[in-house]
Structure formats: structure tokens, C-alpha cells
Design a binder for this molecule. Structure first.
Ligand code: ANZ
Ligand code: ZN
Length: 825
């Protein structure tokens, strides 16, 4: 025997990593079999942007995700666990401009780096399904979907004021504006009047709400709530006011039609076309000046209640349809152009913003609901609660708000001046971007034919290379400069036409990638419908809560449209969801300016992959933030070494894994209980507790070797095999090495999950003594883990105890589970 063949006694982390990587590459244990007879599980985790190498956040989410994916595999499911890259988009483009290279060069270099890192990090991905959204073979189908949506009237162009980032020089979706600032660069967002492409997601607003009901148990509450709020359904009425000098009445949206008798003026959004349509000639200049001011403010500012109200009297009146009263019409920025109808009836007594406005411009206030609070006409405190209707004609004396709303709506509908309606806060999804690194919009603009879709057989419409061109944002897409590319013959009439030069928002790319994974190389459509039926919906989707609104809403919308197209047979793409917390350092988010960033690469070099993964999984519940400064990857490594040492100490011969007869019963019981609980813990996402239980099993096994039945006992082998199997979900290198040292073939990922012998789960019982007035009256055989309430109930029901109490009132029961119950009468 050569020296090398001797069992090593120290655990060389880096050597073990080097050893197993090529073996796994060869074995591909995570390749999902489309034709397998087994029940499927689809484990999905949000795919990354290729900006730089992987960081601690990636390490955390994939470590958590891998526990579930590997668990399912061990439990005998056919698991699909794919990974790819969301590789178009602004971050890559901006970085490329900064570094003066082509976005493609930057993007694909980073993808390769991240790919290597993911592999070294030993996440159980099926790499045969790898995809990049910036590959023509992928975005061909993004374009195909766009054209299909357009055919269904779900992709259209319109001119409207849009969010504009002056720094990135591009439009932004509402979702990308956070507190009035660009989500990407933080610049203050302004408004611009532009013709842009939209997806008609508003057609699906109600279904996006309704279909969430079954998800309420399996999605995090905060995500459900965020989706609901974003969709923002409200019930109310459209009420028509006849405005002088305009044939068509002006419709307002209100959630309180029952307060119509208190509508003392009307306000239209200053930036809506309606304002300039109805303004009196002598007020037009004022309105124009005011609008210039308004354009600079964000929606958030505009809706803020604590902001001084501003506005312009439009010099016309409108007629209140129920009172016949003529009320003044104003324009103001606190009414938004793109919400409701862009015009409101102001009820200052019962809406604080209207009241503030009335106070500034000295407009009348009329209370129509008496809530018992001081009169808002005097206090300038709007009352919004329920009460008795006053000054409201037929409603007077009524106290039921729902009835009040119903009565007014009925009257409006009878008189043809309004109707009950549902309103959504959700806007259509603005998808065009004036940037280079994205999917070209497959539309041609022809002088004669107008908008013409690029024929399907000409897809993909490839992004022109533009190598060496200046990609700096300047308000028009850099594609506009590629004359050769832009100027084309119209596909319909052959006449001169120009390509659309905008590219798509990257959220379009990520709205269907999870479907593409099911058949990533399919060439007859975006996906093979049969394989999508096999794998979808995803059984778990793990990712950051920052995507609670944008990405999830869009992916759900795409799925519903595909359902309507008959391409998928489900309406929700993600059956369950888990959001991980952030990895922070010293109490703060990691950032360059704070200098508290932690390099994943350095941690891996120092402690190895397994110790870092174990630390992240063991840190706490997955949803909680992890403060790396409070973690001990060194401690994790020491634990892994302890576990690894067990595998070298086992002395009983290797047989079939987990096939143990006899042996030390005490240790076998601990092993069985650990196995049993581990399954429940993983399924409840309590991975950290699962790890704690493995640690206990390692300790118990060590004790059995050193001071118990000894290393020859088969129970020691069984326990160590179970440790290796359970550890494979968290620390795959250590587990694989242990598995081999235990005499088994790689990979431990295929070890399977042993059946637990129920006899081993029966716990030893203990004797509980029941005393009444200090005298022992009964003894009970109970589980050592019995709950106090259960023990108390058992004790009080015992016939000897009932006899001793003898109908007297029980004053106090002291329970010391599992050993003692003391009854005081
Ligand atoms: C009269 C009224 C009386 C209102 C009252 C409220 C209380 P939600 O629930 O968010 O849908 N509103 C309508 N369109 C608006 C717009 N474009 N910009 C700003 N505010 C607008 O809110 C609907 C209420 O917000 C509507 O009901 C309207 O004011 C206002 F005691 O009408 B209400
Ligand atoms: Zn044409």
C-alpha cells in the first residue's frame, strides 16, 4: 500500500473541491430527464444579471434554493433545476460604456465567470438547459411573442406623458420609478410626452387579482399584498358633468358617489389634454405656465398630502348632475392625468386634499355626511368616516354608506349621467426603451401601410452589431444611427420603410424564461407545449422580494395571455414562492461607500464552498437578513471537519447504503428521528433547524464511537451515512467525500432518502406522577416530549385522580412535563 492510499486524517477543503468537480461534470447528476416516469418537481430560482462575478447575495439564494432542489432529488422526484442569464439590459450597457467595450463582450465574459463560479459553488443546476436572453435563439421567441401579443391587441403604441430618466436618457415604467427616482441610477424622474409601446396588462387586471387566491397559502404575504396594492382595484362610479362650451360631458371617477351633493368644484389634471381643451381663452396662458411647473414634479410629490396645493382656475363651470348647481372647474397637479379619468369632483368636506385646495383658493365647502365630529366647514379637517347624510336630498337621514352609494348610482344610471364602475391603479406596461442592449422591436414603419410586423419567418430580427459606435444615451435609441439597418423595404408593399428603433424592457425577456427552460433548444416555437405541460408550473420560485411587484406581475400576465392563446394549460406560473433576506455586514447593506462589502471569492478561498454555504443556510430562517459580521464560517468549517472525521472512523463493512440490521438502538433512534424531522423541516423551509439537527446527530455519533458501542457498531455506519446524505443538501463536497470514504459510489446526490423504520420513532416513555393535595394518586406512562396541556388533560381524566378530587373545585394545577402534575383542590 502506498502512502497516498492511507486514510487522510486532515480535511483539505480545496483539494476535495478540485477532486469532485470533474467527477460531477462527468456524472451530471442533476440532468433532468424529460421522459422520466417519476413525479416531477421544478425548482426555479431567479436568474442573475451578468454584472460582474457572483456576490454574497447570489451565494445565499442559491444555497437556500439548492437545499430544496437536492432534497426533492433525494426523495425520488425527477427534478428540473435550471439556470440561465438575464443578459440584456441597462446595467450591462452602462458598464460597457464605462469600460469602453461592447455590451456583448462585457456580458458574455461575465456570464462565463459566473458560470464557472456557480459550478465551483456546486449548485445542482442542470447546465444542459442554460440560456441567455441576449442570444438570438432566445430573443427570436421574445419577438415572436411580442408579435402574437400585438395581433391580439395586447401590444400597441400610444402618445402620452411618460417617466423619463434624464441621466439614463430613457423612459421608465412606473414600476421602475422608486420615490420619484430612477430605480437604476437614482436620478430624479421627469415627464415627457412620447409615443411608446405598451402591453395591455390592464385587460388582465381582474384576473391578476382573482387568480392569486389559491396562492395565498404558498406565496409570502408581503408579495400577495404588494401585488394587490399595485393592481389597486377600487369600486366607485363614473359621473358626468356638463361643462360649458363642450358638447361631450366630462366624466369624473369617484369612490364616493354618495357625496355628490357636496361636490362644490371640479378639478382636472393640469397635464391632461382635457385641461387645455376646456380652458377659457383668457386663462390659457396661466394654464400653460402652470403646466411647465407641473411637468417637473414626480407623481409621488404630486399626491403627497402635505404639499401646499397649487392650481389654475380654468374660467368655466360644470353642472353637478344631481343638484343642477354650476360649480367652477380648476386644473391642479394633485389630480393625476393617468388615473381614473384624470378629472375629479371635489368634495372638500370629506376629502382632505380637496379641502386643502378649497382653503387655498377660497372655494365653498359643504358637509354632506355628519359623522358627529366637528364640522369640516369650520375646522378644515375633512371627515371621512360614516355618519348620517345631510344636505343630500333623497339621502338625508340615511346612515348606511353602501345604501347611499347604491341610491346615487341608481339615480345616475336612470338619468343617464353616470354608472357604477371598477377602477384599477394598474397602468399598461410601457415596454419600449431608447437603449441599445435589448431585443429589437420587430416592427417596421411604412409611409403607406403604417405599422407592419416583421414577418415571422424573418425572425430573429438581429440587433445590429454597432461595434465601435457611441452607445451613450442621448434620448433616441442608438439603433436610429444604424442607417443600413433602419432603412428597409416594407414587408407588405415593398415601399420605403424604417425599422422601429426602440428595444424592449428586459422585463419582457424575464417574463417567459421559466417556460423556455422546459425545452431550451426548441426551434418550432418559444417552447415545446408538451414539455411545458410536464414541468410547469414551477413548484418553487426563490428570489428577492424586490421583485414582488414588477417581475412577478409581468410573468403572471404573460402566462395568462399564453393560456388564452391555448399554449399552456395553467394560469399561474409559480405554485409556491420563497423570498430570501439580504446578506448585510455590520448592520448595514453592503456598499462600496460604506466599505463594508464582503467578497464572496475571498470567503470561498478562506473557508471553502461548503463552509460558506453551511453558514448561509444555518444563519437563520431564510427570510431573515444575515449579518455576515456575526457569522462564523470558521465554526462551520470545524463542524464539517467533525462530520468528515466520522466517515474515516467507521469500521463496519460497507454494504448497501442505509441497510443496517441490529446495532445500538439508542443511536439508531436518534438517526431515525433526525431523518424523519429533517424532511418536515426542509418542507417547512426551516433549513437552519434541519442543519442544527444534523449537528446533533454528528455529536451523538461521535459519542457512540468514542464512549459508546464503538466504531464497529453498524448503527455508527448508518448514522454516518445519514449525516452524509443530509449534508449533501448543504455541503456537497464534504458529503461526497464522506460518501466515498464510507465505501459508496458517487454521487451522494443520488443516495436517495431511506425509509424510516416506524418502530425506531416510538419514543421511550417516562412515568409521570400525579399528586392531589400532595398525595400520589396515579402514575402515567407518557412520551418524554409531551406538552404540558396534554399531560394536564390526561392527569385530570385519570379515574384515580377523578376519585381523589371527588367533585371538589380544582383551584390550581401545576404541571412539570413530563414528570409531575400537582392538583390543588
Ligand atoms: C369624490 C370623493 C369624495 C372622493 C370623498 C374621495 C372621498 P382610489 O380609492 O385610490 O381609487 N381621484 C379620482 N381620480 C383621481 C386622479 N386622477 N387623481 C387624484 N385623485 C383622484 O381613489 C379614488 C378617489 O380619489 C376618488 O374619489 C377621487 O376623489 C380621487 F369623500 O371623489 B373621490
Ligand atoms: Zn408598406
Amino acid at each position: 500500500m502506498s502512502e497516498q492510499d492511507e486514510t487522510p486524517t486532515t480535511y483539505d477543503v480545496q483539494a476535495v473541491q478540485e477532486k469532485w468537480l470533474p467527477v460531477w461534470d462527468e456524472l451530471e447528476p442533476f440532468r433532468a430527464d424529460d421522459g422520466s416516469e417519476r413525479e416531477k418537481k421544478y425548482a426555479l430560482t431567479m436568474f442573475p444579471y451578468p454584472s460582474g462575478d457572483l456576490h454574497m447575495g447570489h451565494a445565499e439564494v442559491t444555497a437556500l434554493h439548492d437545499v430544496i432542489a437536492r432534497y426533492w432529488r433525494l426523495r425520488g422526484y425527477e427534478v428540473m433545476n435550471p439556470m440561465g442569464w438575464d443578459s440584456f439590459g441597462l446595467p450591462a450597457e452602462n458598464a460597457a460604456i464605462r469600460n469602453d467595450e461592447h455590451p456583448a463582450t462585457y456580458t458574455y465574459a461575465n456570464i462565463e465567470t459566473q458560470y464557472e463560479s456557480f459550478k465551483r459553488y456546486a449548485v445542482g443546476f442542470d447546465w444542459s438547459r442554460r440560456l441567455h436572453t441576449s442570444d438570438p435563439e432566445y430573443y427570436r421567441w421574445t419577438q415572436w411573442l411580442f408579435l402574437k401579443f400585438r395581433e391580439r391587441g395586447l401590444a400597441y403604441r400610444k402618445n402620452s406623458p411618460v417617466n423619463w430618466c434624464p441621466n439614463d436618457q430613457t423612459v421608465l415604467a412606473n414600476e421602475q420609478v422608486v420615490d420619484g427616482r430612477c430605480e437604476r441610477c437614482g436620478a430624479e424622474v421627469t415627464k415627457r410626452e412620447l409615443t411608446q409601446w405598451y402591453f395591455k396588462i390592464t385587460d388582465y387586471a381582474q384576473r391578476l387579482l382573482d387568480d392569486m387566491e389559491p396562492l395565498e397559502r404558498s406565496w409570502p404575504d408581503r408579495v400577495i399584498t404588494a401585488q394587490r396594492n399595485w393592481i389597486g382595484r377600487s369600486e366607485g362610479a363614473h359621473v358626468e358633468f356638463v361643462v360649458e362650451g363642450r358638447a361631450e360631458p366630462v366624466t369624473v371617477y369617484t369612490t364616493r358617489p354618495d357625496t355628490l351633493f357636496g361636490a362644490t368644484f371640479m378639478v382636472v389634471a393640469a397635464d391632461a389634454a382635457l385641461a387645455s381643451e376646456i380652458v377659457a381663452d383668457d386663462r390659457r396662458a396661466d394654464l400653460e405656465a402652470y403646466r411647465d411647473e407641473v411637468r417637473k414634479a414626480s407623481d409621488i410629490d404630486r399626491l403627497a398630502t402635505d404639499r401646499p396645493k397649487t392650481g389654475v382656475d380654468l374660467g368655466v363651470t360644470a353642472t353637478n348632475p344631481v343638484t343642477g348647481e354650476r360649480v367652477p372647474v380648476w386644473a391642479s397637479d394633485y389630480v393625476l392625468a393617468d388615473y381614473g379619468t384624470g378629472a375629479i369632483m371635489a368634495v372638500p368636506a370629506h376629502d382632505q386634499r380637496d379641502l386643502d385646495f378649497a382653503r387655498v383658493f377660497d372655494l365653498p365647502v359643504r358637509r354632506v355626511v355628519d359623522t358627529g365630529e366637528p364640522n369640516p366647514e369650520e375646522t378644515y379637517e375633512a371627515t371621512t368616516g360614516d355618519g348620517t347624510y345631510v344636505n343630500s336630498g333623497p339621502l338625508d337621514g340615511l346612515t348606511d354608506k353602501a345604501a347611499g352609494i347604491r341610491t346615487i348610482i341608481q339615480r345616475l344610471e336612470a338619468e343617464g349621467t353616470g354608472r357604477g364602475t371598477v377602477n384599477f391603479r394598474l397602468r399598461d406596461w410601457l415596454l419600449s426603451r431608447q437603449r441599445y442592449w435589448g431585443v429589437p422591436i420587430p416592427v417596421v414603419h411604412c409611409e403607406k401601410c403604417g405599422e407592419v410586423g416583421v414577418p415571422y419567418d424573418q425572425l430573429p430580427l438581429e440587433l445590429p452589431d454597432l461595434r465601435g459606435a457611441d452607445l451613450k444615451p442621448r434620448g433616441v435609441s442608438p439603433l436610429a444611427a444604424a442607417t443600413d439597418w433602419v432603412e428597409v423595404a416594407c414587408p407588405d408593399c415593398g415601399g420605403p420603410a424604417r425599422r422601429d428603433t426602440d428595444t424592449m424592457d428586459t422585463f419582457v425577456d424575464s417574463s417567459w424564461y421559466f417556460l423556455r427552460y422546459c425545452s431550451p433548444h426548441y426551434t418550432d416555437g418559444p417552447f415545446d407545449e408538451e414539455l411545458v405541460r410536464r414541468w410547469m408550473p414551477a413548484d418553487i420560485y426563490i428570489g428577492g422580494v424586490e421583485h414582488a411587484v414588477l417581475h412577478l406581475l409581468y410573468a403572471r400576465f404573460f402566462t395568462k395571455v399564453l393560456h388564452d392563446m391555448g399554449m399552456v394549460d395553467f394560469v399561474e406560473p409559480f405554485a409556491a414562492q420563497l423570498n430570501q433576506g439580504f446578506v448585510i455586514n455590520r448592520g448595514k447593506k453592503m456598499s462600496k461607500s460604506l466599505g463594508n462589502g464582503v467578497s464572496l471569492g475571498e470567503q470561498l478561498a478562506e473557508f471553502g464552498v461548503d463552509a460558506v454555504r453551511l453558514t448561509l443556510v444555518f444563519a437563520g430562517p431564510p427570510e431573515d437578513d444575515i449579518d455576515w459580521s456575526e457569522m462564523s464560517p470558521g465554526g462551520s468549517l470545524r463542524f464539517l471537519q467533525r462530520a468528515w472525521r466520522l466517515s474515516g472512523d467507521v469500521r463496519s463493512p460497507a454494504g448497501r447504503p442505509f441497510a443496517v440490521e441490529g446495532g445500538d438502538q439508542a443511536l439508531r433512534k436518534v438517526t431515525a428521528r433526525t431523518l424523519h424531522d429533517a424532511a418536515e423541516l426542509v418542507e417547512a423551509y426551516r433549513f437552519n433547524v434541519m442543519v442544527a439537527r444534523v449537528m446533533e446527530l454528528v455529536n451523538a455519533t461521535r459519542k457512540a464511537i468514542d464512549s459508546g458501542p464503538g466504531p464497529d457498531d453498524p448503527a455508527v455506519r448508518e448514522a454516518t451515512e445519514v449525516v452524509a446524505m443530509l449534508l449533501s443538501m448543504v455541503a456537497p463536497y464534504t458529503a461526497e467525500e464522506m460518501w466515498e470514504r464510507l465505501g459508496h459510489q458517487p454521487s451522494v446526490a443520488n443516495a436517495g432518502w431511506p425509509q424510516v423504520d416506524p418502530a425506531l420513532l416510538v419514543e421511550d416513555s417516562v412515568t409521570a406522577v400525579v399528586q392531589v393535595q400532595g398525595k400520589v394518586r396515579a402514575r402515567l406512562e407518557v412520551s418524554p416530549a409531551i406538552a404540558e396541556a396534554e399531560l394536564e388533560a390526561l392527569a385530570l381524566a385519570h379515574p384515580d385522580v377523578v376519585r381523589a378530587v371527588d367533585g371538589r373545585e380544582v383551584r390550581k394545577v401545576v404541571v412539570r412535563a413530563p414528570k409531575l402534575v400537582n392538583v390543588v383542590v
